[in-house]
Design a binder for this molecule. Structure first.
Ligand code: SF4
Ligand code: SF4
Ligand code: SF4
Length: 347
């Protein structure tokens, strides 16, 4: 039996030590975090080189001037990815499917730019133009670098950015990291997951390619190797507006489905060539891309910084170990004080 006075002294001591250690714990935690942050900032790998595109990278060329807004691509995308129709709650007559943006049920949409009288297609003033939205399959994707558990991956050969629902922990870092607002989290499902275009890679085993490009009647969405798609884009930009040329459809390098058409007046910009380190979906347009909802992004991906920070903080479980160390120190110190009070010792 312990002496009551002695017990009281020990209790007060423990309370005092606990209060002191709480302060020490927070101080130590802050110091640890600051040291880590300083380490990350001063780390020689903080500004790693941007990733470069694979010579076998696959992608899409979207030419807004060829798009007629038929949305066959949206329907084909849904069908091939087994996604249900979407209705808008605020419409009196819900049509069979009318997504206004990409979502957990829609991986691509066609939007329309409108100005003034909307008389002329592909004109900024008093005109209109169509624009596709889907994953850009970035060369150095920030969604991949932000994911702490490698649920987002970029294939080293094809460059396709895909998602593993088995690995995902639902943190949604990828949603926050994407500069194009692409990954969507399916909050309305019992087991939510990330939803995004994976370039229809599930169709490759059957010798098929992206459904959106396969059905596009005008070749506005074209599938192929990114190097070939960029060459095709450069060919179109070099042609005189109003001249006749041949436009391929479906898959570049596949069966010839080309047709004769008239060259539009393009803005001098292949979107995705440089933006954010480059993307594997590249786009041509007659209207400036900032008017079509595509941001003027820097030529370097954020991934070069965020990846280093992420890997520094989580490398070898550094953050959890710091907290574990601080907790261990506090517990050991409490125990030592208690043993001293009891007249014993503990190492
Ligand atoms: S299928 Fe082709 S033409 Fe029709 S909306 Fe899609 S990209 Fe435009
Ligand atoms: S567009 Fe967004 S989701 Fe797609 S690869 Fe780039 S960062 Fe990732
Ligand atoms: S590549 Fe496939 S998943 Fe991606 S937008 Fe086209 S049809 Fe949809």
């Amino acid at each position: 039996m312990e002496n009551p006075e002695r017990l009281q002294r020990i209790k007060k001591r423990i309370e005092g030590v606990s209060a002191m250690d709480r302060r020490n714990f927070f101080k130590a935690s802050l110091a640890g975090s600051a040291a880590l942050a300083a380490g990350a900032a001063s780390c020689p790998a903080a500004a790693r080189e941007s990733h470069t595109i694979s010579p076998d990278a696959l992608g899409l060329l979207y030419d807004s001037t060829l798009c007629i807004g038929c949305k066959a691509c949206v329907a084909a995308c849904k069908e091939s990815n087994e996604m249900p129709p979407e209705f808008q709650a605020n419409t009196e007559q819900p049509y069979w499917d009318m997504p206004l943006d990409i979502s957990g049920k829609t991986l691509t949409v066609i939007k329309v730019y409108r100005h003034g009288t909307m008389d002329k297609k592909d004109e900024e003033q008093n005109g209109y133009a169509f624009i596709k939205k889907s994953c850009m399959h970035c060369v150095d994707p920030s969604c991949v670098s932000a994911c702490p558990v490698s649920a987002m991956n970029k294939d080293p050969k094809t460059g396709v950015v895909s998602y593993s629902k088995e690995a995902c922990i639902g943190c949604r870092y990828c949603v926050a990291a994407c500069p194009f607002g692409v990954p969507r989290f399916t909050y309305d499902q019992t087991f939510p997951q990330i939803s995004k275009c994976q370039l229809c890679k599930h169709r490759w085993k059957d010798g098929k390619y992206s459904a959106c490009a396969e059905v596009c009647p005008t070749g506005a969405t074209l599938y192929g190797k990114v190097t070939d798609l960029k060459q095709e884009a450069a060919r179109r930009r070099a042609l005189k507006p109003g001249s006749q040329t041949s436009f391929p459809r479906g898959q570049l390098g596949g069966p010839d489905q080309s047709y004769p058409g008239v060259v539009a007046k393009y803005v001098d910009h292949l979107y995705g060539e440089k933006e954010f380190g480059g993307t594997q979906m590249v786009m041509l347009s007659g209207v400036p891309f900032d008017k079509l909802g595509y941001l003027d992004l820097p030529p370097r991906s954020d991934a070069v910084v965020t990846e280093t920070l992420q890997h520094t903080l989580y490398s070898g479980l550094v953050m959890p170990l710091v907290f574990l160390g601080v907790l261990g120190y506090a517990a050991k110190r409490n125990l030592k004080q208690y043993e001293e009070e009891k007249g014993g010792s503990h190492d």
